[in-house]
Design a protein around this ligand. Structure first.
Ligand code: FAD
Ligand code: AMP
Length: 476
């Protein structure tokens, strides 16, 4: 006899665990299965995000940014730091304790919400049944009215540069380095490559980032990307665009990387560690038994409709395993939406207002369309920008670099996109997301009072600048 639940969720990452908690809040009986194992073999909820992604990367970015600022900014404040040093073991210990606290927090949230958190492997069987294989190999079957698949994603491997876990590592390996490599190679100047490259650069590694595409951050507004590239290069990140890696081999203690540069010439590079950060792919290994009716698309994503239904009975899929950006907050909203739809409530995800944030220094954040996309769409538009160099608060923080840029439609003034590179861009973008969620016009932002002196005034002034009405800078 199978254990019965209203909802069984497979995967307890940022897509799966919110689905489980919301379903329980909706009065449903819920089990959430997760197979994550830490390097020491211990199980943990939270998925990639909490164990090997968003949270540990932000812990290391914070530590190393403080170190870097102490080296480069403190003198301007009159603070002398005669002998500054970085204890990598202490930094990693701090990261570990943050991760443990956060993943333990999910177990506590499950308990409080009445969700049965189960460690083990989940496999969907036909007819909304799930086979759970526990860590000791024992099996049991769960029956559910609804199943939510949230198995996430894993790093993509470059066949010509296979991971060895020591010298050629994925993002998890790059988060766990125990010492600063003298020479670090990073393949891929995407979000993950830039964040990890920044971490190790700030504590002294010589970092070369090889990016196949000719454009930097091709998915971002190119004015934003150009500004970000300038600052990242100034910090010493050697970002080589148009450089496609063809292979890497371990030679003694080093890694020899071969690549084709922007001019088509064969190049080589020797590094002590190589991080492969060329993207992630949906993880569906041993997830689907024969005959479930759940389909994968050509990229390996679980095929779903706009409300995350797979089309196979009452089976849903959310997060990195389905189409759309691989972001924790996108998965969370999908998980919550599905749990509400299952309970018969109204729910939707507005895919047009998913913010993107890159936690480098300066931070890079945007929401909505880039100027290139708006231009290609043909709708007449106006742009307002405001530099942080003209922000009193940014100057007081010794952070007067970058800008806020707002794009609005010429016809009805609707905000179409907001792009920020500068201090706390990842926090500032929330105002733009809210404005766009409410279909605000640039005039709505212009008439909203922003406290002085704050960084958020930059967005206010950018909105004013779209109509050439900025106060704190000349209008052009
Ligand atoms: P996951 O977090 O991958 O969770 C899936 C879980 O399901 C895992 O625990 C997995 O073990 C488990 N699982 C899979 N299959 C089964 C099965 N059959 N049975 C049982 N369990 C199973 N995103 C952001 O939004 N902001 C960031 O700052 C950010 N930084 C990142 C930094 C790094 C270094 C990396 C690698 C990623 C980062 N991401 C960030 C991306 C983010 O981590 C993912 O988008 C997010 O974790 C996806 O959530 P998910 O729940 O879909 O999948
Ligand atoms: P993201 O998808 O944001 O994680 O970024 C991954 C980046 O890796 C993309 O910008 C790709 O263009 C880049 N990339 C993929 N394969 C290679 C390769 N062989 N050499 C260099 N860059 C690559």
């Amino acid at each position: 006899m199978a254990d019965e639940f209203d909802v069984v969720v497979i995967g307890a990452g940022p897509a799966g665990y919110p689905a489980a908690i919301r379903a329980a809040q909706n009065g449903l009986t819920v089990a959430c299965i997760d197979e994550w194992q830490n390097r020491d073999g211990s199980p943990a909820f939270g998925g990639t995000c909490l164990n090997a992604g968003c949270i540990p990367s932000k812990a290391l970015l914070e530590s190393t940014e403080l170190f870097h600022r102490a080296q480069t900014e403190f003198t301007a404040h009159g603070i002398s730091t005669k002998s500054l040093s970085m204890d990598i073991a202490a930094m990693q210990k701090r990261k570990g304790s943050i991760v443990r606290g956060m993943t333990g927090g999910i177990a506590a949230l499950f308990k409080a919400a009445g969700v049965q958190g189960l460690h083990g492997h989940g496999r969907l069987l036909p007819g909304q049944r799930v086979e759970l294989t526990a860590r000791d190999g024992s099996r049991r079957e769960l029956a559910a009215r609804h199943v939510v698949l949230a198995p996430g994603s894993v790093p993509m491997e470059l066949r010509s540069a296979p991971f060895d876990g020591q010298r050629i590592v994925d993002s998890w390996g790059a988060l766990d380095l125990e010492a600063v490599p003298k020479r670090l190679g990073v393949i891929g100047a995407g979000v993950i490559g830039l964040e990890l490259g920044s971490v190790w650069r700030r504590v002294g590694a010589e970092v070369v980032v090889l990016e196949a595409l000719p454009d930097f951050l091709a998915m971002a507004d190119q004015q934003l990307a150009t500004e970000a590239l300038r600052h990242l290069r100034r910090q010493g990140l050697d970002i080589r665009l148009g450089s496609r890696v063809d292979g890497a081999t371990i030679q003694g203690e080093a890694v020899a990387v071969s690549y084709t540069d922007a001019a088509g010439a064969a190049q080589s590079l020797t590094v002590d560690r190589l991080v492969v950060a060329i993207g992630r792919r949906p993880y569906t290994k041993d997830l689907l038994a024969e005959g479930t009716g759940v389909e994968l698309d050509e990229r390996g994503c679980i095929r779903v409709d706009g409300q995350c239904r797979t089309g196979a009975g009452s089976v849903w899929a959310v997060g990195d395993c389905v189409r759309g950006p691989m972001l924790a907050h996108k998965g969370k909203e999908e998980g919550v939406m599905v749990a509400d739809l299952i309970a018969g409530r109204y729910a939707e995800v507005n895919y047009r207002t998913i913010p993107s944030v890159i936690y480098t220094a300066p931070e890079i954040a945007w929401v909505g369309q880039t100027e290139e996309q708006v231009k290609a769409g043909g709708r007449p538009y106006k742009v307002g920008s405001f530099p942080f160099a003209a922000s009193g608060r940014a100057r007081a923080m010794e952070a007067g670099i970058g800008f806020a840029k707002l794009i609005a439609a010429r016809d009805d003034d609707e905000i179409l996109g907001v792009h920020i590179v500068g201090p706390f861009a990842g926090e500032l973008i929330a105002e733009a997301v809210l404005a766009m969620e409410y279909s605000a016009s640039s005039e709505d932002l212009q008439r909203t009072i922003h406290a002085h002196p704050t960084l958020s005034e930059a967005l206010h002034e950018a909105a004013l600048a779209a109509d050439k009405r900025a106060i704190d800078m000349p209008n052009r």
